[in-house]
Design a protein around this ligand. Structure first.
Ligand code: BG6
Length: 481
């Protein structure tokens, strides 16, 4: 299938940090359909060769295993083209159309890797230029809006030019292999389904911890905060994948309908429950991975009196028959003790212990980062005396070892899906709006809360209040357990 992939924001961070390395990997693995072109669009004047040289330089910042050799880059670079565009000028879209029409690829994908305030303008202009036929898909990167109203406005403008099936909203967490594994675990195996419910599960914890701070993105981050940056999208998407009912088919809409139902079943927040069930924090100076690091307020482009949260922990419930009363704890933060993303399913303890000594409930850990894997924590017989018999053991599945040749990164997967028109892993507008609807009372409560975020030392697991939140129910975060 011939395709043209147009990257708006072609010189920006997202393009050279994530998209180009992913496209290169797809090409290197022979997965990028032959006959494709990649057109980078940006504001300044450059030739194709200038652009290729720019991207080649940027690959120096990519991890070594994912860098091309000179010979590989020379071949990959043949796919790369560059076009200067002023995004406000209709005639520049006409020029783009002409460039695309000359070749008439079977599929055109417009990837908006620009600042989100340009999304509506670009979509409207693409529509006006007639670049919205059935052979076109448009891919939108987060953040899609900063609240429900702004997300709805973006969706309204996008919908004026593109159908729901043409507008692909990326949440790169859905492209992570661990999420595929979770779907396979739940719906490809019969083993866990009978246990996947309130009768067997005591609580579920979703943690997305980052060791990094806000780096050079201080101004963006300060307008965004962890709730908008990570909870509204990545953490909630993981929650939907854990909590959804088995879909009737593997079709994109069958899956997304079930995810939407989960989002609609989340217990709504009130001002009182925000005060009780949501903890926000902001990092202070500390030590991460042995290195001293500054606090958030000392970061570049962050106002010295910022009240922006760099950490959120919250407790919620999915109010339906399967999950009634089971707490779901979500936690994410920057400058935490480690880069570690995982979902922990804590099963209920045995109903009647007959062994003395160690008692631990079973735990299923779905690991997303740093490596993806699956661990099942069991108790097994160790000694012979009744009081020393049980010891914790782990069944540990490392997917890199199980399927060494098959690993595909999140952006690689999502870009290939966008080109092929596979929509399963893209977020539908109603899901995205429902997620905003759910977080809005939290944003609202924080606007009126004079206390501000709680401080935590960089390199810790967040403010002590996050441990207290879960301890209240008689549980502990996995690393404290
Ligand atoms: C992005 C957030 O969506 O996800 C960043 O904007 C965050 O703040 C990043 O660092 C985390 O992604 P990953 O794949 O590195 O866990």
């Amino acid at each position: 299938m011939t395709f043209d992939l147009v990257l708006f924001g072609g010189t920006g961070d997202l393009t050279w940090r994530k998209l180009m390395p992913a496209l290169f990997q797809a090409w290197r693995h022979g997965k990028l359909p032959a006959g494709g072109r990649i057109l980078a669009v940006a504001r300044d004047e450059r030739s194709d060769d200038d652009y290729r040289a720019f991207i080649k330089d940027k690959f120096a910042e990519v991890e070594p295993a994912k860098r091309p050799t000179d010979e590989e880059f020379a071949r990959f670079a043949q796919l790369l083209h560059y076009k200067r565009m002023d995004l406000a000028q209709p005639e520049h879209y006409a020029g783009l159309k002409q460039w695309l029409d000359e070749r008439g690829a079977e599929c055109k994908v417009f990837f908006l890797a620009t600042s989100p305030h340009l999304f509506t303008q670009i979509c409207a202009q693409l529509g006006a230029a007639g670049l919205n036929g059935s052979d076109v898909r448009v891919v939108l990167e987060k953040p899609l809006g900063h609240d429900l109203a702004s997300a709805q406005e973006i969706n309204r403008v996008v919908r004026a030019s593109f159908s729901e099936e043409q507008a692909l909203r990326i949440d790169h967490y859905l492209g992570k292999p661990a999420v595929q594994n979770l779907t396979a675990l739940r719906f490809g195996n019969a083993l866990f389904e009978p246990l996947w419910r309130r009768e067997s599960i005591a609580n579920i914890q979703i943690t997305i911890a980052e060791a990094l701070g806000v780096g050079s993105r201080g101004d963006f981050y300060d307008r965004t905060g962890a709730l908008r940056d990570m909870v509204q999208n990545h953490a909630l998407q993981l929650l939907t994948m854990i909590a959804m009912e088995p879909p009737a088919t593997g079709d994109a809409d069958a899956i997304r309908d079930e995810k939407l139902k989960v989002l609609k079943s989340l217990k709504p927040f009130t001002a009182e429950s925000v005060a009780r069930d949501v903890v926000r924090g902001q990092y202070r100076a500390g030590t991460v991975e042995g290195q001293p690091v500054p606090g958030y307020l000392e970061e570049d482009k962050v106002p010295a009196d910022s009240r922006c949260e760099t950490f959120v922990a919250l407790r919620t419930e999915v109010q339906n028959w399967r999950w009634a009363g089971v707490p779901f704890y979500l936690r994410t933060g920057k400058r935490l003790a480690a880069r570690d993303a995982q979902i922990v399913v804590n099963f209920r303890p045995v109903p009647h212990p007959i062994f003395a000594g160690t008692t631990r409930a079973n735990q299923l850990v779905i690991k997303l980062q740093p490596e993806d894997g699956l661990e099942l924590h069991l108790l097994a017989a160790k000694g012979s005396a009744m009081n020393e018999m049980l010891a914790p053991v782990r069944l540990d599945l490392d997917f890199d070892k199980a399927f060494p040749a098959a690993r595909v990164g999140a952006y690689e997967r999502l870009l290939l899906d966008a080109i092929a028109g596979r929509l399963n892993l893209f977020v539908r507008s109603d899901e995205q709006e429902q997620a905003w609807r759910w977080v809005e009372p939290v944003l609202e409560a924080w606007r009126h809360d004079t206390a501000g975020p709680r401080p935590y030392a960089a390199g810790s697991w967040g403010p002590p209040a996050a441990s207290a939140l879960i301890a209240r129910d008689g549980f502990a975060w996995a690393e404290e357990d």
